[in-house]
Structure formats: structure tokens, C-alpha cells
Design a protein around this ligand. Structure first.
Ligand code: GLN
Length: 473
């Protein structure tokens, strides 16, 4: 489904139909936390410019995007009753362009996880096989696009949470450069790694969405002043002179031959279009540190960011004899055991006596990794690798932080995009045993246009633009 498909219908009809479709999908996918009331939004459209890029288009937001007057839970019990009094910057931008928010989508609790089994409302199911996971943490948004519920949906990506579920569900997932999209009003996870991202089914819509979402916002001091480009107008799939590096450090660790071959065959086609294909490496010992470094930094930042979820200021409150007891009881009941474990690890590495040994050490290794990564882009315009080493796992096989060497590198390499902040996207690239697989491409900072152009060439080769799946009961 693509954005222009909607143009054939009246606005109210299309929004109602999209809502209806989401309701039909709900028993199968379990992807929605809150269905939104559209009447007021349709009324407000009267004051919007009908030439808006998303005028009257239904859209879904991950439930960590603050929406004024609409419950925003981040799929955590502690925020079950939380209704923000303001809109995130991206919500203002979406509304300005005429988008209609029809639902808030399930996610791994507070963004922590890669399965979407860690949502307070339960597992989100993969539309290709309901027994398999959607991937996370933006799983709800991903499956609603993959199942043709909406053309576009918002996610966030701290460690690959847009780009991994995109691969598992056969759609496009974009994480632009750090600072390209304001994070104001996004319930944070780990601020130095957090990015707003989104899902579409084709590269043109991916261009349109970035034009809508990107731009400076004074309320997020990390947001960039750089002008937002006319990505869609300048979209062109000419690869002549482009150097694409296959990241062998990832490909060599993948066990599934069909996934490896998929990237090789695709790159041969890109070479036939005039791209130069190279094989590039990162030091293997650094690749193996990506996950531990990521978890050390992410858990520490999350612990600090979420100290405000205390049962006092907002969200769920449990009784207690003292303020401390209220906090303790609220946090114990409000967070899952998995999230509490992460806070313990985060607190441990922030203890004064541990900071040098853990948190600062992780930051130094992050710098080292990014220095090596940056050097690859001196000879390459784009780095390509398989987005995931397997198809979406079954529920009982799927786990977070599989530390065994088997999947360590291939399952976590996309965190390079968060360490560096470089723009990175996943595109569908084929299927195995009826399940979709994807490739990931990453480019230099703020070179989203190059990324979209290479993405367009890939899309032309795979023929997978606008691909969605009919969910079978
Ligand atoms: N799986 C990673 C984690 O659990 C990534 C999550 C994300 O990008 N939000 O932290």
C-alpha cells in the first residue's frame, strides 16, 4: 500500500476504513494499544492546507510518541493511564501536513527489546506467520504497515528497532541521521542512541516521510539546522560511480546460506547498473564488542532517563507509607522483571566506583568502533549487509541478548548506525520459506538522498515495492 492509494477515496471514508481494517487485524496481530478518535482530527483538517503532503492520510504512531489528549503508554504498565498534555514535535509536523493519527502501536516496553514480546499488552504477531515474532521494539508499527493496515507508521530506533522489524516483516524501515528528526516529546530510551524512524512499503513514500518529519526544533538541542532536502523530487536510481561496500565482517558470520547469497546476488545486479562493489571489513574483536558496549551505554542512559517514572509525577501509583515506599511499590509493579533487570545493570555501571570500568570504558570503545566505521566511508558511499541472520523466529526461539557467538555479530551489527548516527535503512530483498528477508544499507551522515537513491535501485531490482501480506487466520 502506498500513500497515493488513498487518493481515490474521500478522507473520512478512507480513515474509517483504515480504522476498521486495524480492528479486524487486532485479534490476529495484537499490534494496537489504543485506537484513536478521528472526528476532532477530521474537523481540524479544515484549517490545514489541502496541499499538505499527508493531507487526510491515516497514520499509526509507536506508543512512545507523545500525543496530546491521547494515552501514551510506551507499552509499560507504569504509563497505563498516562495522557500527555502536549504533542511531540513530529506529531505537530504530521498534523501540519494533514495526517490523521488512527492508532498508537504496541512496542517492547520502553523500547527495550528486539522481539515485541516485552509489551505490557502481550506479543505482537508476524503477519506472515502468526506464531512468529514481529521483531521489536517497533513491532506494532511494522506489522500494521506489512499487513496493509496503513501506508506509513512511525517507530523509533535505539539499536535497530525500526530496521530489524522491517526485515522480519518485508517492508522498508528508515532511521535517518542522528539529529535529522527532533526527539522532542518521544519517551526516551537512551538519548545518545535514540532516533525517530518510520516504516513504508516503497522508497518514494520514505522520501516524503522524511520531508515531513525532519528539521530543526529548538526544543531538541541535538536537532540539526541543516536544510531538509527535496528527497522525492531528486530521487534517481542511477548508480554510476557509486561505491558500495559489502560488510564481510557481518556476512561471514551468517549461517543461513540463502541469506548470504541474497546479498551477493543483489550486489551483482547493482554492479550491472554501474555500481562498484567492494568487500570491506571491520576488526572482528570490535564487532564482537558491539552488543556489550551497546547494552552498557543503553542501560545506563535508560536508568537515568526513567528515574522520573516514580509513581509520583505521572503514571500509575501504588500506595505506600512514605514517598520512598510509593516509588518502590510503583516501580516494582509498574515495570516488568526484564526492564527492572536492565535498570539494575544500568545503575551498576553508573556507581561512582564502576563508572570508569564500565560506562566510560563502553563510551571509549564506542568511539573506537565509530572511528573504524567512519574510515570505511572514505572509500564507500554506502555499506550493505543482511539486516538479520535469520527469518523472524518463532515465539519460543526468540530472545533478547543472545550472547552466543552464533548470532552475536550478525544480529547486532545495525547498532553501528546508532553508535555513529549515520543514516541507515532496511529494504525487503526476498523471502525464505515464505518469510521475508531484508538488506540494510548505511550512508554518510546527512546523505539520506544517496541512501534513498541506492534504495530505489535496490527496489527496482527486487520488484518488492508496495508489497504487503494478507493475514491468514
Ligand atoms: N534490541 C535493542 C534493545 O533491546 C534495540 C532496541 C531499540 O532499538 N529500541 O535495546
Amino acid at each position: 500500500m502506498r500513500l497515493c492509494d488513498y487518493e481515490k477515496q474521500g478522507i473520512r471514508e478512507r480513515c474509517e476504513q483504515a480504522l476498521e481494517k486495524l480492528r479486524t487485524l487486532q485479534p490476529q496481530l495484537n499490534a494496537v494499544v489504543t485506537f484513536c478518535d478521528i472526528d476532532e482530527q477530521l474537523e481540524a483538517l479544515k484549517d490545514r492546507d489541502p496541499k499538505g503532503k499527508l493531507y487526510g492520510m491515516p497514520i499509526v504512531l509507536k506508543d512512545n510518541v507523545s500525543t496530546k489528549g491521547i494515552r501514551t503508554t510506551a507499552s509499560s504498565r507504569i504509563l497505563d493511564n498516562y495522557v500527555p498534555v502536549y504533542d511531540a514535535n513530529i506529531v505537530e509536523r504530521l498534523k501540519e501536513q494533514g495526517a490523521i493519527i488512527i492508532a498508537k502501536a504496541s512496542m517492547d516496553e520502553l523500547g527495550m527489546g528486539g522481539t515485541n514480546k516485552n509489551a505490557y499488552t502481550g506479543k505482537v504477531n508476524n503477519p506472515y506467520d502468526l506464531k512468529r515474532i514481529s521483531g521489536g521494539s517497533s513491532g506494532g508499527s511494522a506489522v500494521l504497515v506489512a499487513a496493509g493496515g496503513v501506508a506509513v507508521a512511525i517507530g523509533t530506533d535505539t539499536g535497530d528497532s525500526v530496521r530489524k522489524p522491517a526485515a522480519y516483516n518485508g517492508i522498508i524501515g528508515v532511521k535517518p541521521t542522528y539529529g535529522r528528526i527532533s526527539r522532542y516529546g518521544i519517551i526516551p530510551y537512551a538519548s545518545s542512541l535514540d532516533h525517530v524512524g518510520y516504516f513504508t512499503t516503497n522508497v518514494e513514500d520514505a522520501c516524503t516521510m522524511l520531508e515531513v518529519l525532519a528539521g530543526r526544533d529548538d526544543r531538541d538541542m541535538t536537532s540539526s539546522y541543516r536544510e531538509v532536502e527535496a528527497y522525492r523530487e531528486h530521487l534517481n536510481s542511477d548508480l554510476k560511480g557509486k561505491v558500495i561496500g559489502i560488510l564481510d565482517s557481518v556476512q561471514d558470520t551468517i549461517k543461513e546460506e540463502r541469506i548470504k547469497t541474497n546479498v551477493e546476488e543483489l550486489c551483482a545486479k547493482l554492479a550491472a547498473r554501474g555500481a562498484q562493489i567492494r568487500h570491506v571489513q571491520m576488526p572482528q574483536e570490535l564487532m564482537e564488542t558491539i552488543l556489550p558496549v551497546y547494552l552498557t551505554i543503553a542501560n545506563a542512559e535508560a536508568t537515568a532517563n526513567h528515574s522520573n517514572l516514580d509513581g509520583i509525577r505521572f503514571g500509575m501509583r501504588e500506595d505506600g507509607e512514605s514517598v520512598e515506599e510509593v516509588m518502590k511499590h510503583s516501580r516494582t509493579k509498574g515495570f516488568s522483571a526484564y526492564v527492572r533487570k536492565r535498570f539494575i545493570i544500568g545503575s551498576y555501571s553508573l556507581f561512582v566506583e564502576n563508572q570508569d570500568k564500565l560506562f566510560r570504558k563502553a563510551q571509549k570503545i564506542r568511539r573506537l568502533i565509530v572511528d573504524h566505521y567512519r574510515a570505511l566511508f572514505e572509500e564507500c558511499d554506502c555499506i550493505i549487509a543482511s539486516a538479520a541472520p535469520t527469518i523472524a523466529p518463532y515465539e519460543d526461539e526468540a530472545m533478547d541478548e543472545a550472547l552466543g557467538l552464533e548470532r552475536l555479530v550478525a544480529d547486532n551489527h545495525m547498532q553501528l548506525g546508532n553508535f555513529s548516527g549515520y543514516p541507515s535503512m532496511t529494504l525487503p530483498s526476498g523471502s525464505i520459506d515464505g518469510m521475508p528477508i531484508g538488506v540494510n544499507i548505511t550512508c554518510r551522515p546527512f546523505e539520506e538522498q544517496t541512501m534513498f537513491n541506492i534504495g530505489k535501485a535496490i527496489e527496482e531490482e527486487t520488484g518488492l515495492a508496495d508489497h504487503t501480506v494478507e493475514v491468514k487466520a
